[in-house]
Design a binder for this molecule. Sequence first.
Ligand SMILES: C=C1C[C@]23C[C@@]1(O)CC[C@H]2[C@@]12CC[C@H](O)[C@@](C)(C(=O)O1)[C@H]2[C@@H]3C(=O)O
Ligand SMILES: O=C(O)CCC(=O)C(=O)O
Ligand SMILES: [Fe+2]
Length: 323
Amino acid sequence: MTVSSKLVEVPKSGFSSIPVIDISDPESKHDMEKACEDFGFFKVINHSVSSELVSVLDHEAVEFFSLPTSQKTQVAGYPFGYGKRAIGRSGDVGWVEYFSFFSSSTLLLFSHSTLVLENALLEYTKSVRKMTCDVLEMMTDGLGIKPRNTHSKLVSGENTDSIFRLNHYPPCPLINNNNTNGSNIVIGFGEHTDPQIISVLRSNNTCGLQINLSDGSWISVPSDPSSFFFNVSDSLQVLTNGRFKSVKHRVLANSRKSRVSMIYFAGPSLTQRIAPLTCLIDNEDESLYEEFTWSEYKNSTYNSRLSDNRLQPFEKKAVSLND
Ligand SMILES: C=C1C[C@]23C[C@@]1(O)CC[C@H]2[C@@]12CC[C@H](O)[C@@](C)(C(=O)O1)[C@H]2[C@@H]3C(=O)O
Ligand SMILES: O=C(O)CCC(=O)C(=O)O
Ligand SMILES: [Fe+2]
């Protein structure tokens, strides 16, 4: 399996820095709303997730990924379990290995049958879910929508379909630091948007994550192990009728350092209807998307390539005067 190495695209100007949201300050709702409109991405500080919990999980992740491949492949599986290089089922590859878990409000599962009793994992996802709900409530407030739990209730019920994933990007010897055409890159996790409602990412001190701006340029996100990065995902873009942007992002491998990230993909229940909120549109004609259930969207997602525009089949066709 080969992993491609390409030239870096130089980011265009006009971007100052990643929006930083202090969630201990209720007034941050305005900055959060703007960050979701402009980038679909922001960093959260002053959160309540315990740093000890994060350190324990970080340590466990490093331990797990240091095991011999033969041991890791004993828990291989898709969509839940261990995987290496192959991302999804449609031929995407990256310089990455990972471990994914199904996460509901009460349990963490992988490989359909094994209950992972790791307290650190359960405690971490519980705490991150709570922070996610707080963030979604602040965001809903920022949009002027009532009630405040309009979005948070979608990801907090018993039957929600969320994923927790550990990614490990080992140092990559394919990166040639002496390349005279500028540095070259190796893709760790190719460009994509996340399909769920919102994703919550925390990483160790190794950078690599990049987000794509509306002008097409890639911006490197400086690592910050004590903060969380929030991505607006496809379903939230639909719920807000395109007002919030599902951010395209990717991860580049590093030549010297390992990157370990932990991501909570907050999804709704399988039967949840996803359509623009009626309070954000004046009439049905303004809706940019056909309604779908999360189950329908998930099925179409899991048959797609990483870089596909998964929302396109659900966009409403413009009606021409000749129709
Ligand atoms: C190529 C793929 C991997 C992915 C499922 C898909 O067919 C398209 C979406 C991908 C993605 C991106 C966000 C998350 O990492 C993920 C777990 C998800 O829900 O959608 C992955 C899927 C995956 O790695 O299985
Ligand atoms: O590992 C990372 O930092 C981001 C990976 C990612 O975007 C994903 O798993 O969907
Ligand atoms: Fe992602």
